[in-house]
Design a protein around this ligand. Sequence first.
Ligand code: C2O
Length: 391
Amino acid sequence: VKGQQDQDVDLVKVRRPAHLADAKYGERLALAYSLMKALPDHDPRSFTQQANIHCAYCNAAYQQLNSTQRFQVHASWLFFPFHRWYLYFHERILAKLLADHDHDHDHGHDDLDLDHDHDLDLDHFALPFWNYDHPDGASMPWMYAHLAPLNEAHRDPDHSPPSFAAIDYLTYNAEPRTHSAQARENNAYLYRAMIRDSDSKYSFHGKPYRHGDSPMPGYGSAEKYPHNTLHLWIGSKPDSSMGGLDMGFFYASARDPLFYPHHAAMDRLWEVWSRLPGNAHLRDEDYLNTEFAFYNEHAEMVRVKVRDALDTTDLGYVYEDVPMPWVEAVPVRLSHGAAKIGAKHKVCKMGKPIRKPCSAVLHRDHRKLGSSSSSSSKEKEEEEEENLYIG
Ligand code: C2O
């Protein structure tokens, strides 16, 4: 029924790329965070408590129920669903604070539209996502650098805009690259995380983590990068002494407002991955029945299950469709050995200028994406070897 559909569409909020936000949105977001920061620390919706909730589920702060094992959502299949629920409540709290604020400030005016606006915020206010999987969005989003309530002192000052996020951060030993070289590297890393290295059940989600298991059974590909690498890229330099209070440490990371658009980006990548040909959500009952407890926008504790987090439209939001150049960025890999031709020469080193003749074996990934293959028949990654000689 058309009318019904239109109504449903209206109730879905859209999380948009942070770098495209206008000044008006930036002001609203900054206001929402200043309201959250102004709440007393004992309020579970306060910024301090929001950060602590993340901490409660990380670094093995608590024991699992009826077990001597600790609980930890990271480096396991709980990584994506935990953070999806966490952001869901965080976003609703921000929206409620804005709506309440508007309501209080409109008091005494006789404007009939006010109640309407009030509801609009609750239903439409959405977190932005950091669009680092596109070159145009790869710097720290402007709002988080320039608006005081969204800024944070414990960041690497060298990585302020226009510095370009390095998704392969700390995996290379190089001077800063040009933006276009870094964009190529980012695309290649995203391709690996999202396509090449994530084609088996757990390689994307992370390893199974059931009651009684010891924590951190194994990272999923995208949790390693861009997730971990960008936490470290934002946080303090490896050699500086920020006292571990920055985004590079689980327990402190959610004290930086940038944590949330970073995780919205991760949440979106989960959504994108699940729609790529051949991919599917995990159907393991232990996974689906895992529960988390959060505080909602009314400061009430609620329990939620992984099984209810698999479809974002059930949670009332979608991500704006944006171009994804990494889908085409089939990376080229060097093998460890010299190529069969020109074997007497040195093996070429990737990323280094070539001064002398050298050779290498290149692997190209020929798994086709977006081809009309049915989603049940997953195409196996096929690699093709090519001998390359540069003389
Ligand atoms: Cu719960 Cu980015 O970590």
